[in-house]
Write a protein that binds this ligand. Structure first.
Ligand SMILES: Cc1ncc(COP(=O)(O)O)c(C=O)c1O
Length: 399
């Protein structure tokens, strides 16, 4: 921040258990705030609110909520699975899947080392399910090496070893920058795991984005996995909720597991009603979010900065990582400057972004982000890049 210039909007940074949050304090109505921290912050659409107000409900633990039943039926149909279960979050969906697949004590799951279930679900598999995780290094595209997968599977484990009980994939891959798993790779995982009679679960929090990117029905994307969950509360805009799908037997067990985790909800139709609107109205429009993220990526790429970089050819969905030269700058500094507006700034735009470490700043698009927001965000990001680059160039000259 320039000395002597007053901040109209200061990007105070607060650590949180999920993302680094920036709470700008708005002192000027002239400031245009573009909040690209996450698609989880998307609010329900007016149509969702109306559907929620009018929802027909009952006690879902008694199996008497028709709106929840309809959401589960429609979700199962969409995913091409026998049955589905409405749960409160992606974290709960993944945990239930792990607990049902790993009911054998002494179980082990195999997952990518950058996966959400491993990195950001509080060690739930270990903490609650009593399951050990074996990690494979995630490639940049969200996949992992299949030879390493084969090596990691415990074949005929003796009494010293755990049982390999599940393989987990993530699609799109959040921390790999919203990458869409290649369909032929998922098929190879399927063929390999079949040899060992091993089930595959897909954390498909954003699997609808994957389907839209690939231009195939989502049923095709999840064809080769046994179970899958997706979130209604991210790019699809619903306020709460995820859906877990699989065979009828798997969902019967999952329903029971949900109850012991405290996830049996009563008149949940009020929320499921928003989920039904999400299925009807919010999937096809995800392409708009992908286009917006591409526009931001191009805006960063055209700066040809040595310090701020995007990998343009691999930008695929609604998540963008702007990678930083950490020898020059930290993610917190960039976050702070993007969110701040100084009196002396020509551009009165505050861009909120998220970051989990020093190496990148993440931008995520969702339905509320408009064309005007994207244009404003590009201007601000370019302004900040230029400002830092000029500073670094001057420092080099002065050495
Ligand atoms: C890939 C992935 N899986 C699971 C989750 C967890 O979802 P929830 O926040 O609903 O628990 C997230 C949340 O961001 C996610 O990105």
């Amino acid at each position: 921040m320039q000395s002597g210039s007053k901040s109209l909007l200061s990007g105070k940074i607060h650590g949180s258990d999920m993302y680094e949050k920036i709470n700008g304090e708005i002192n000027s109505s002239a400031v245009h705030v573009v909040d690209l921290r996450s698609d989880t912050i998307s609010k329900p659409t007016p149509e969702m609110r109306e559907a929620m107000a009018n929802a027909v409900v009952g006690d879902d633990v008694f199996g008497e909520d028709p709106t929840v039943a309809e959401l589960e039926r429609r979700s199962a149909e969409l995913l091409g699975k026998e049955d589905a279960l409405f749960v409160c979050s992606g974290t709960m969906a993944n945990l239930i899947a792990i607990m049902v697949h790993c009911s054998h004590r002494g179980s082990e799951i195999i997952s990518g080392d950058n996966g959400h279930t491993f990195r950001f679900e509080q060690g739930g598999p270990a903490q609650i399910a009593g399951v050990q995780t074996s990690l494979l290094k995630n490639n940049d595209d969200g996949t992992f090496n299949l030879d390493e997968l084969r090596d990691s599977i415990r074949k005929n484990p003796d009494c010293h070893e755990p049982y390999t009980s599940l393989v987990i994939l993530e699609n799109t891959h959040n921390m790999c920058g919203g990458k869409v798993l290649p369909l032929d790779w998922i098929e190879k995982v399927r063929n390999l795991t079949k040899e060992y009679n091993l089930p595959v679960h897909m954390d498909g929090a954003r699997v609808m984005n994957a389907a839209v990117y690939l231009k195939v029905p989502v049923e095709r994307v999840v064809r080769d996995v046994d179970t899958v969950c997706f979130c209604l509360s991210k790019g699809l805009g619903a306020p709460i909720g995820s859906v877990l799908a699989g065979s009828k037997a798997f969902i019967d067990k999952s329903r029971r597991m949900r109850k012991v985790l405290g996830g049996g909800w009563r008149q949940a139709g009020v929320i499921a009603a928003a989920g039904l609107v999400a299925l009807d109205k919010m999937i096809d429009r995800l392409q708009v979010d992908h286009d917006h993220i591409m526009q931001i990526a191009k805006g960063i790429d055209e700066m040809k900065s040595k310090t701020f970089r995007v990998d343009l050819p691999t930008v695929q969905s609604n998540i963008l990582m702007m990678y930083l030269d950490v020898s020059r700058i930290t993610a917190k500094e960039v976050q702070h400057r993007l969110a701040s507006v100084l009196e002396t700034d020509e551009i009165k735009v505050s861009v909120k972004a998220s970051s989990r470490d020093q190496g990148f700043v993440r931008f995520v698009a969702y339905w509320k982000i408009t064309k005007e927001d994207v244009e404003a965000a590009v201007k601000k990001i370019q302004f900040v890049i230029k400002e830092f680059d000029t500073k670094f160039n001057n420092e080099v000259k002065n050495v």
